[in-house]
Design a protein around this ligand. Structure first.
Ligand SMILES: NC(=O)c1ccc[n+]([C@@H]2O[C@H](COP(=O)([O-])OP(=O)(O)OC[C@H]3O[C@@H](n4cnc5c(N)ncnc54)[C@H](OP(=O)(O)O)[C@@H]3O)[C@@H](O)[C@H]2O)c1
Length: 289
């Protein structure tokens, strides 16, 4: 968002999307005053309501709020909605819907069961999104193997030693700007598999350069040497059923949030500094008293 012009984004506006807190005015909804809840303010709602989560009070539609899982601390709960929903919706986009595969959707008629031979690749396993995606994949009984992206570029590692069977999908949770993991993917992603990215996040080359580079590889048809793997970008939205499913998994002990660090409200800028290092493992939390 920082790369978009202010005229388009209508800055300044209150920051942030995830929150945990106590209902002070249930306003006739199914909640009661005093309920402990977690909530999510998506970008669209942030723009229309001109409010963010980095505040003492927020007014949210009832569908953007669920009861806080009792076993979570406030810090753990506060970082759950955006990253965890992005993980769920990215996996779903790649054909691995945790809600269906874990039979957590009562309206679902078919619940495919993955074989324990099946693998997917999650790039950026230590990102907040990746941490949730790995846990969801393990809950779906998908095979588990660790690769170190700092040892050698992943595309090289995987092209030299492709998995058998090949990956059903790639989730690029790190939103890497490098196209190599995608352009080489036919070697290690099965036919019909998908590459789902949370980015690509602009690097030093700048936004236009990045868009040009990715458009060049994504739009080139396979008969002209393009990559056959379907490329998709996730835009997370609030889905109350997804939040309920995530809370169920937390109560069952199958899912756990990871907090990288916690800051007092007066040190919120330090929290942003931490995020900007690109080294946070899990969520960075700001306490608003
Ligand atoms: N599209 C959407 O709807 C959506 C929603 C939410 C977030 N996002 C985007 O998703 C991305 C991830 O966000 P996040 O908050 O989960 O995590 P984050 O805080 O941005 O991730 C930090 C982690 O990324 C790892 N990392 C850095 N560069 C990497 C690379 N080239 N390959 C693999 N891992 C790398 C680091 O691991 P090490 O320190 O171990 O190297 C660090 O643990 C961001 O770009 C964010 O803007 C998109």
């Amino acid at each position: 968002m920082g790369t978009l012009p202010t005229a388009l984004t209508k800055r300044p506006h209150p920051a942030e999307h995830d929150l945990a807190g106590v209902i002070v005015d249930a306003n006739g909804s199914s909640f009661s005053n005093g309920d402990e809840v977690i909530g999510y303010i998506p970008i669209t709602l942030q723009f229309s309501s001109r409010q963010g989560a980095l505040a003492q009070y927020a007014t949210l539609p009832v569908d953007n709020v669920v009861l806080k899982p009792a076993k979570l601390s406030w810090e753990e709960a506060a970082g759950l909605p955006l990253a965890a929903q992005t993980a769920v919706q990215s996996l779903r986009m790649g054909g691995y819907d945790p809600t269906r595969w874990l039979s957590l959707n009562p309206t679902s008629t078919s619940t495919p069961t993955p074989s324990n031979q099946e693998t997917i690749l999650i790039n950026g396993g230590s990102t907040a999104i990746g941490i949730y995606a790995i846990q969801l994949a393990k809950a779906m009984s998908l095979h588990d193997k660790f690769l170190d992206y700092t040892a050698r570029p992943l595309a090289e590692q995987l092209s030299d030693d492709p998995p058998e069977p090949r990956f059903g999908m790639i989730l690029d949770a790190a939103g890497t700007s490098d196209t190599a993991l995608y352009t080489n993917s036919a070697t290690y992603v099965k036919k019909g598999g998908a590459y789902v990215t949370t980015g690509p996040y602009p690097d030093k080359s700048g936004l236009m350069c990045l868009l040009g580079r990715w458009a060049g590889v994504v739009l080139r048809p396979s008969f002209l040497g393009g990559t056959p793997t379907t490329w998709k970008i996730i835009h997370v939205v609030n889905i109350k059923e997804d939040m309920k499913m995530l809370c169920t998994l937390i109560e069952r002990g199958a899912l756990r949030p990871y907090v990288d660090s916690t800051y007092e409200f007066g040190s919120a800028l330090d929290a942003y500094e931490r995020i900007m290092t690109g080294r946070a493992t899990g969520k960075v939390i700001v306490k608003v008293e």
